[in-house]
Structure formats: structure tokens, C-alpha cells
Ligand binder design. Structure first.
Ligand SMILES: [Zn+2]
Length: 278
């Protein structure tokens, strides 16, 4: 893709983030990996709704500006962490969509098997620990989850998505906010009814149609299954780039007439689908 097309796409994504009120003031940032040594990022201190292509900044993989009149995004460290750990990722979008950010502020992850389009594009959406914006602390918090997820909530802050191109990363942000709104309404109305195991399996069969790209997390095999609200922790680092880690909150417990999947079961299904696509 030409650099001018990439610039136009970043400007368009910024316009949509602002139009949908996923950002206020100068919030949010967008970046695209240009090649092994360079990325293009939105500049510091401008509204993402009113950018022009010439405002964008090209930087190296340490965050130093290579070209452009403005400073790179103040959150460039967080973007660099994603590119470092995920060679498959070409674009990162960060915003503060208000409902998803509400979940991030309340400490409630979006990790239940309730919507097909979420399962097949993002899997579960965990919450990365709080880190002060623009610092390595936030980049490290993202590092912990980005190997296994294409979409994260950032505690007391916002959301982050990553994909193979900038429009796809933007659409994942839309999916997260939409999912958060639906989840909020469902909880106001008495709570989600989870998808059945059979339906998750059926979705797995449709994976070619949906084009699953998100890697999925798996709980360590020695974790006992069946307990309610078990948390399994990351216990090992990947020994190769293809080996994804691991570990999010997992729910057990079976309701009458429906199967509440443990996260191991759910993510094993998605993991299998991802493996078959590669
Ligand atoms: Zn932010």
C-alpha cells in the first residue's frame, strides 16, 4: 500500500474515532508499521477528528522522529511494544470509547461468550493493568496481554486494538465498543445468556467466512477445571513467536439448559481455528 494511501487511511480512522465520540479533545492515537524499521503515527496534541495527511509523523522503532513537523504520539511506547511482540500486526489504534472505557474503569473485562462477531474476531477482551499514560509502565501492561489478544481494555484509561491494517484495527475498536454497549444493556436487563457450546462449535465451522485472525489464550493444562471464577495466571513465556501465551480469567459453573463454557474450552476452540488458518 502506498504511503499516501496509508496517510489517508489514518486520517479517515481519526475522523471516525472523533465522529463516534471514541475520543475527546486530543485523546487517542493511531499508528501503522511502514517496514521493519519505521512506523507512521498520529502527532502529539491534535484532535484526531481534524488531522490532515501532512500532520503525520514517521518514526523509527525507538520512537525517534525521522520526518514530519510535529512530535510523535505521546503513547508511542505502547504502540512500539505491540509491534515488537507481534510481527503479524501492522496497525494499532488507541481510543477512549466511553462504554468500553467504563468497563475498564469498573474493572470488568469483556470476556463472556455471548456474541458471534466478537468470538470470531477478538476472542475475549481482557483488562491490562493500569499504567501511567505515555510511560513504559503502560507499555509493559500492554505487553503482558498483546501476545494473545488483538483487543484490550486499559484499566482506568481506554482501549487498544491491533490488526493487519489500520481499517481492520479501527473496526475492532468499533466491535469492542459495540460489545460493551450490548453487555451493559444485557446486564441492566438481568444478565447475559451465554452461547451454548454447540453454537461456539458451529462458529468454529464458519471460521473461513469470518476470517479469524486473533490469537487466543489458553490456560495452562495443569489448571483444575470446573471451579467458579478461577483465575489462571501466565506461567511461562513463549519459546517461539508462534507459541501464544496464556491465561485470563476463566469462568465455570453450568446454568440450567445452557453450558457456560470454561475459558479453556472456549479458547481451545478458537485456538484450533486459528491454527487451521495459518
Ligand atoms: Zn489514552
Amino acid at each position: 500500500m502506498s504511503e499516501s494511501k496509508l496517510r489517508a487511511d489514518i486520517v479517515e480512522v481519526g475522523r471516525r474515532l472523533h465522529a463516534r465520540e471514541y475520543v475527546a479533545s486530543n485523546d487517542g492515537n493511531i499508528s501503522v508499521r511502514l517496514d521493519a524499521g519505521r512506523l507512521m503515527t498520529t502527532p502529539k496534541g491534535v484532535s484526531k477528528g481534524f488531522m490532515t495527511p501532512d500532520m503525520l509523523v514517521v518514526a523509527d522503532m525507538k520512537g525517534n522522529r525521522l520526518s514530519g513537523d510535529r512530535d510523535p504520539s505521546s503513547e508511542i511506547l505502547m504502540h512500539l511494544a505491540v509491534y515488537e511482540l507481534r510481527p503479524d500486526i501492522k496497525a494499532v489504534v488507541h481510543a477512549h470509547p466511553p462504554v468500553a472505557t467504563g468497563f475498564a474503569v469498573a474493572g470488568i473485562p469483556l470476556d463472556r461468550a455471548v456474541l458471534a462477531e466478537v468470538l470470531t474476531t477478538l476472542g475475549s477482551i481482557p483488562i491490562a493493568d493500569y499504567g501511567t499514560p505515555s510511560t513504559m509502565e503502560l507499555a509493559d501492561a500492554v505487553r503482558k496481554y498483546i501476545r494473545a489478544h488483538d483487543g484490550l481494555l486499559l484499566a482506568n484509561h481506554g482501549a487498544l486494538t491491533a490488526a493487519g491494517d489500520v481499517m481492520a484495527a479501527y473496526y475492532k475498536m468499533e466491535t469492542i465498543e459495540h460489545f460493551a454497549r450490548i453487555t451493559l444493556v444485557a446486564r441492566l436487563l438481568g444478565g447475559e445468556r451465554l452461547l451454548s457450546r454447540q453454537e461456539v462449535e458451529r462458529l468454529q465451522g464458519l471460521r473461513g467466512t469470518y476470517g479469524i485472525a486473533a490469537p487466543a489464550e489458553l490456560c495452562p493444562p495443569d489448571q483444575p477445571a470446573g471451579a467458579d471464577e478461577v483465575t489462571c495466571q501466565v506461567v511461562r513465556a513463549p519459546s517461539s513467536p508462534d507459541e501464544r501465551i496464556v491465561a485470563v480469567q476463566r469462568s465455570g459453573g453450568v446454568g440450567e439448559g445452557e453450558i457456560r463454557l470454561t475459558y479453556r474450552e472456549l479458547t481451545a476452540l478458537i485456538e484450533d481455528a486459528v491454527r487451521n488458518l495459518r
